[in-house]
Design a protein around this ligand. Structure first.
Ligand code: SF4
Length: 138
């Protein structure tokens, strides 16, 4: 099972309230120029089909409950990849009244990818770190 998961981690992308800059970089990573499908990574819609949740955005109070519910629907073992400064700390939105200042206040995070937005290379580096953690048993 661990070998299969390592060769085909399916991801679910969740924007928790960001400006879409990070989302565009995540999409670039999924398209043929950067091509994370070479790692067997596929974008999926249903949480029950996913192994990894890729979170972007500053995690607003409104989005937090939805993120938590989606996280609970993903089967174990599951992994969260936090992409972008907003997701890590609230970033440009951290002083807003409705921002939680970090996705790890809602769900546990395995790999953090900083940047505003992070370049596709940085996201791929995060993916490689994530795969190494999956290989090591999470
Ligand atoms: S980190 Fe930057 S690019 Fe990404 S959602 Fe926040 S403001 Fe937008």
């Amino acid at each position: 099972m661990a070998w299969a998961r390592l060769k085909s981690p399916w991801i679910l992308h969740f924007n928790s309230g960001g400006c879409n800059g990070c989302d565009i970089e995540v999409l670039a990573v999924l398209t043929p120029r950067f091509d994370v499908e070479r790692f067997g990574i596929l974008l999926k819609g249903p949480p029950r089909h996913a192994d990894v949740i890729v979170v972007t955005g500053p995690v607003t109070r409104q989005a937090a409950a939805r993120l938590k519910r989606i996280y609970e629907q993903v089967p174990d073992p599951k992994f969260v990849l936090a992409v972008g400064a907003c997701t890590l700390s609230g970033g440009a939105f951290q002083d807003c009244y409705n921002v939680l200042k970090g996705v790890d206040k809602v769900v546990p995070v395995v790999v953090y990818v900083p940047g505003c937005p992070p370049r596709p290379d940085a996201i791929i580096h995060g993916v490689a770190q994530l795969l190494a953690k999956i290989k090591g048993g999470g």
